[in-house]
Ligand binder design. Structure first.
Ligand code: F6P
Length: 546
């Protein structure tokens, strides 16, 4: 694979020169000069329609970006991932979340072992268990059926399940209540359980490693909460199940190993929402709908694998994103789903994108001399319009936007959906084309106000549409971003599948904890600021008397 430094490759240099030529081109001109632009710069795949015409690109930009992908051997990288090569170099692991949605008749080998039958065996067990909880056959210790499912997990073991649960609520049983506890702040557990009956509550302890401090602390608190009410240790087997790769730690915690649903080290935490980590999702929407979700993910996998790069949604979006970060120095991407059910989608993407590509060391151990991951943020529309859109329209920063919307509402109420959709289209139009000073003046606006009321425009966006929010279209959307991240990581030549950046803080917290809790005054050897903060907290802690 091509390992010459990215910025010294011909396509990068050509893009740098091209940027100087096109940086001042306005989307107004690009559209005016080319009536076919909108028809040409759209693409469809796996049930999604992408309009990328409102980006600051020309045909030459696209040509050069595709050259960049070719010079990085993107297609070879894609094949290596799907084949199960150990492309997560720093952890010496395969990256095979795509195998999680492969049909039963596929064969994918890791170290000479076909993993597809293992995946389907777990899916089958999950389906049986989910049905039992859904139909009331799974009884709590005192013989009552389960009414509330509480998922305890953090990061990928929380954000995926909670995002998918919220996104697919329209498909979920309303007979069961779902809660998600992630934060080590006791408030999260306390609020999630304050109105629950332990006899009717099922905890899913979701943790790939089963060692994560937050999750193990919350799981321990949940066990104590359950035992306080139900008294007998035997109750744990009826009220706790685990999702983990670590069978030994699950047993050590006291969860019956028959109640463990496994997955594998080649599934990264932030890529695990469709593994057994999706148990809460499956209980909510049922096994059949969960398989529809898998089908959507698989459809986008196939599109990513098969479609030519210039008609490949994740590749196009990845390259265009890289164009803004690499050459326009854009720092962020706003993800703006115009669907209330996708309210947790931006939070989910934050981990997916930033934990994957927030890296500054190349696979060869060198420091990068170019920007990597953009900061992702967002809110559902139209709420965001009344919050931070002001800055996107008239601020000093270039913020590429991804608008996501659906043609058919799951809750058609009056003309709400027409209003919603008119807002998506209007926002993308306003950002791209703005409003000139002449147009403002022509409206009779006082001279002094004209600069304030002018919209520069030329602010880029993608519009992603699907017919309706379904398990399939959600799956396609998730895989779209997974593969966008992959495309960018492959070109930036970074390991998108490790997360060493989360380690240092964890280690330091372990050192600080006994210093906070020690009965005698500890000898503090941190920097002066940290020492002072610890002393300040110890003072309050003594007053509170734990
Ligand atoms: O934040 C680091 C991280 O390892 C994430 O990558 C992961 O999703 C999360 O912690 C939770 O890990 P686990 O599932 O092992 O509890």
């Amino acid at each position: 694979m091509n390992r010459s430094p990215l910025t010294q490759r011909p396509a990068w240099k050509a893009l740098a020169m091209h940027y100087q030529e096109v940086k001042n081109l306005h989307l107004r001109e690009l559209f005016a000069q080319d009536p076919q632009r909108s028809a040409r710069l759209t693409c469809e795949g796996a049930g999604l329609y992408l309009d990328y015409s409102k980006n600051r690109i020309t045909d030459q930009t696209l040509h050069l970006l595709l050259n960049l992908a070719n010079e990085a051997d993107l297609e070879q990288h894609i094949r290596a991932m799907f084949r199960g090569d150990k492309i997560n170099l720093t952890e010496d692991r395969a990256v095979l979340h795509t195998a999680l949605r492969a049909p039963r008749d596929r064969s994918i080998e890791v170290d000479g072992h076909d993993v597809v039958p293992d995946i389907h065996a777990v899916l089958d067990r999950l389906s049986v268990f989910s049905d039992q909880v859904r139909n009331g056959a799974w009884k709590g210790f005192t013989g009552k059926s389960i009414r509330t499912v509480v998922n305890i997990g953090i990061g990928g073991s929380d954000l995926g399940p909670v995002m998918a649960y919220e996104a697919l609520k329209a498909y979920a049983t309303r007979e069961l209540v779902f809660r998600f506890v992630s934060n080590v702040d006791g408030t999260d557990f306390a609020e999630a359980t304050r109105d629950l009956n332990p006899e009717e509550t099922l905890f899913i302890v979701s943790s790939k490693t089963f060692t994560t401090q937050e999750t193990m602390t919350n799981a321990g608190t949940a066990r104590a909460w359950c035992l306080e009410a139900l008294k007998e240790p035997a109750a744990i087997a009826r009220h706790f199940v685990a999702v983990s790769t670590n069978a030994a730690k699950v047993a050590e915690f006291g969860i019956d190993t028959d109640n463990r649903f496994g997955f594998w080290d080649w599934v990264g935490g932030r890529y695990s929402m469709d593994s057994a980590i999706g148990l809460a999702t499956m209980i909510a929407i049922g096994p059949a709908n969960f398989r529809r979700l898998l089908a959507g993910l698989y459809a986008m996998d196939e599109h990513f694998r098969e479609a030519p790069l210039n008609q490949n949604l994740p590749v196009l979006m990845g390259l265009i994103g890289l164009w803004y970060t690499g050459f326009f120095d854009a720092q962020t991407v706003a993800v703006l789903p115009y669907d209330q059910y996708l309210k947790r989608f931006p939070a989910y993407l934050q981990q997916l994108v930033m934990e994957s590509n927030g890296k500054s060391t190349t696979l060869d151990g060198a420091q990068v001399n170019y920007q990597t991951s953009a900061i992702y943020f967002g809110e559902p529309g139209s709420n965001g319009q009344h919050s931070f859109y002001q800055l996107i329209h008239q601020g000093t920063k270039l913020i590429p936007c991804d608008f996501i919307a659906f043609g058919k509402s799951l809750n058609p109420l009056g003309h709400h959906h027409d209003l919603l959709m008119s807002n998506v289209f209007a926002q993308a139009e306003a950002l791209a084309f703005g409003k000139t000073a002449a147009e403002v003046k022509a409206e009779g606006i006082a001279d002094g106000l004209v600069p304030h009321r002018t919209f520069e425009g030329n602010r880029p966006s993608n519009v992603i549409l699907a017919e309706q929010l379904t398990p399939e279209s959600l799956g396609s959307l998730i895989a779209l971003y997974e593969h966008l991240v992959f495309t960018q990581g492959a070109i930036w030549n970074i390991d998108s599948f490790d997360q060493w950046g989360v380690e240092l803080g964890k280690v330091l917290a372990q050192r600080i904890l006994p210093e906070l809790e020690s009965a005698t005054e500890p000898e503090l050897k941190h920097d002066a600021s940290t020492n002072a903060l610890i002393r300040k907290y110890r003072g309050w802690r003594q007053e509170q008397r734990f």
